[in-house]
Design a protein around this ligand. Structure first.
Ligand SMILES: [Zn+2]
Length: 119
């Protein structure tokens, strides 16, 4: 008796007086999934009558994302620090990696001095 009664009371409380969670959403919508080069999966909701664009900026990292999970668009060179580090990794030269890191840190510090507090 106790178990069944509790379950029914719980569901009633969760539903609320209106009884429907989707009230006010009269326009039907569709969810479109985009994939970026960093393997983020982002679901963007469009109105059904709208045409989903082939690409969408990833909300997580800002890189362009596409509808094809097997072929996301390549990351543009907006982050030179990472690109340099990738080169260094290919060449496996730890000493140069430290130089690149140091340059990146100095770049961050100079940005902070210019007024924008990043951290
Ligand atoms: Zn992303």
């Amino acid at each position: 008796m106790a178990g069944g009664g509790n379950a029914i009371r719980g569901s009633r409380v969760g539903a609320g007086p209106m009884g429907e969670a989707e009230r006010g959403e009269a326009a039907p919508r569709k969810a479109v999934t985009y994939f970026c080069a960093r393997e983020h999966r982002s679901v963007v909701t469009f109105a059904v009558e709208a045409t989903a664009p082939d690409s969408w900026d990833c909300p997580k990292c800002g890189l362009p994302a596409s509808l094809d999970c097997d072929n996301p668009p390549p990351a543009p060179k907006i982050e030179p620090y990472k690109t340099h580090l990738a080169y260094v990794k290919e060449r496996r030269t730890d000493a140069e990696a430290e130089v690149i890191l140091d340059e990146a840190i100095q770049l961050l510090r100079s940005r902070r001095k210019s007024g924008d507090i990043i951290f």
